[in-house]
Design a binder for this molecule. Structure first.
Ligand code: C2O
Length: 513
């Protein structure tokens, strides 16, 4: 194992990703931020310097942080936040996470403004077919306003377009930081590839809200990895990613030399009101090395099969029906059950800010912001007196190693891409309506860290709760998390009580805003 050192300087910049000038928050001057690329077992040391006007915290999505829960970077749960002008060192080892993931700010909706990048972990024993070269493709929806302003619209009583709970519709999107808005930009992200080679494209949806549909004209995609789990390869002509999901696809450059469109389509089915100016498809260009370097594609989306298996319920079907792990492991029997409901509504009496909030059971999460509660909370249903409403914390404490079965009824009319920190989980069952006993996939359940619970549906996952610390389970839609759609597991508190939390992290709690 090697020690890998990174310096991240976070600052405010003006950018024009799709030709429209906008305020951004960036790492080392760029968006996407630096790719962290390491081997399994390596130590990663990232010195984060905050030159932004607000506090921050950086989260390493999908990583297990075994023994270092306090470096999980979740503001209001594992740290108070790095105040403006201050630095903090994150220092952790890559235990057994392998594959494609990403890092991002976990402070309010800050990552929507640009604080994100890829995180790749290699190992020679990864169970994916051979390929020649690795490429990272970070896709994202894009809002021209600051995320804080977008969030204010979302929180406005009465909602956007007069309907409470309407999610803000993005203006467009980007592929590796480049998009096209109307006629205002004619730049495209492009890769030049050699003919007759196999490339591994590491697709990451780093967006705030919408699902993205990725494809390359004339090329078949072979899916080989999802959220760090090698899968039994299957072929598609396009692939949907919810926010925070990752897939690796293999692409063979077996077409005639030329240029081909790479497409990232925004899922307009999640748009709740008309947004005629949204750029609903962003493009990039793939050029074969022998072709004219300025040639532009004149190609069309591959419409003939292969496509998703027959009978698939919809574009999200890869979550539940097509994905099987390469290394089939039966899920162990559950020894601990947690049942929760998810809903979005005005709080009873509507007397809290008049905001439309998200609830897990009857709790709408708000960050905990003082040392005593943050580092020593015990029990469940902690009340943070500094929050604007009561019952800001729903915490399930698990005192000994258990196989947790988490049963979620989504009572809301939106799909929710949920993510669990610090663990991967088995997807046991997803189905329409409330949970009434499962039809579990016990034989080859997919294991991942981000999956969608469709509107008015239930989902059952299992995970082995053996990693000490506070780990959150939350909807990764930035607007939903900010509205409180987050629930916390406090796992093995007798072990996390012995963590040596660096003093500078405790000091943040009295400095931070
Ligand atoms: Cu991508 Cu809570 O994280």
């Amino acid at each position: 194992p090697t020690t890998r050192n990174y310096n991240f300087v976070l600052e405010e910049r003006t950018g024009a990703l799709d030709g429209v000038s906008k305020g951004m928050l960036v790492v080392n001057g760029v968006f996407p931020g630096p790719t962290i690329e390491v081997n399994q077992g390596d130590r990663v040391i990232v010195n984060v310097t905050n030159k932004m006007p607000n506090s921050t915290a950086v989260h390493w999505h999908g990583l297990f942080q075994r023994g270092t829960n306090y470096y999980d970077g979740t503001r209001g749960v594992t740290q108070c936040g790095i105040p403006p002008g201050e630095s903090m060192v994150y220092n952790f080892t890559l235990d057994n996470y392998v594959g494609t993931t990403w890092w991002h700010s976990h402070y309010e909706t800050q990552y929507s403004d640009g604080i994100s990048g890829a995180f790749i972990v290699h190992t020679p024993t990864e169970q994916v077919p051979a390929y020649d070269e690795d490429l990272v493709i970070q896709m994202s929806d894009l809002y021209h306003m600051w995320s804080g302003a977008v969030l204010n619209y979302y929180f406005t009583p009465g909602g956007i377009a007069g309907v409470p709970g309407n999610e803000p519709i993005p203006d467009g999107g980007t592929i590796n930081g480049i998009g096209q808005y109307g006629a205002s930009n004619s730049s495209f992200f492009n890769f030049t590839l050699e003919a007759n080679k196999t490339y591994r494209l590491r697709l990451i949806n780093t967006g705030s809200f919408v699902n993205m549909q990725f494809s390359i004209d004339n090329h078949v995609l072979t899916v080989v990895e999802a959220d760090g789990t090698a899968v039994q390869p299957f072929q598609v002509n396009s692939l949907w990613l919810t926010v925070a999901q990752r897939y690796s696809v293999l692409v063979t450059t077996n077409q005639t030399a030329g240029a081909y469109w790479m497409r990232a389509g925004l899922d307009t089915s999640s748009f709740n009101y008309p947004s005629p100016n949204t750029q609903t498809e962003v493009r990039g260009v793939i050029r074969y090395g022998t072709s004219d370097p300025n040639a532009m594609p004149n190609t069309a989306l591959l419409t003939n099969p292969p496509t998703l298996p027959a009978g698939s319920p919809g574009p999200m079907a890869v979550d539940s029906t097509a994905l099987a792990p390469a290394n089939v492991t039966a899920a162990p029997n559950a020894t601990f059950t947690s049942y929760v409901t998810v809903s979005m509504q005005y709080p009873a009496g509507q007397d809290y800010l008049g905001e439309f909030l998200a609830f897990v059971n009857s709790t709408s999460w708000a960050p905990l912001m003082n040392t005593t509660t943050l580092f020593s909370h015990t029990g469940s249903n902690l009340v943070d007196s500094s929050a604007t409403f009561n019952d800001s914390q729903l915490i399930t404490t698990i005192d000994e190693v258990n196989v947790v079965q988490l049963e979620v009824d989504n009572l809301d009319d939106s799909d929710h891409p949920f993510h669990l920190h610090g663990h991967k989980f088995w997807v046991m069952d997803i189905g329409v309506g409330r949970y009434q006993g499962g039809a579990f996939n016990n034989t080859n359940p997919m294991m991942r860290d981000t999956f969608v619970i469709p509107a008015y549906s239930h989902a059952i996952i299992r995970f082995v709760a053996d990693n000490p610390g506070f780990w959150v389970f939350h909807c990764h839609i930035a607007w939903h998390m900010a509205a409180g759609l987050l629930y916390t597991f406090n796992i093995l508190p007798s072990q996390s009580a012995n963590f040596q939390i660096p003093q500078y992290m405790i000091d943040q709690c009295t400095m931070s805003s």
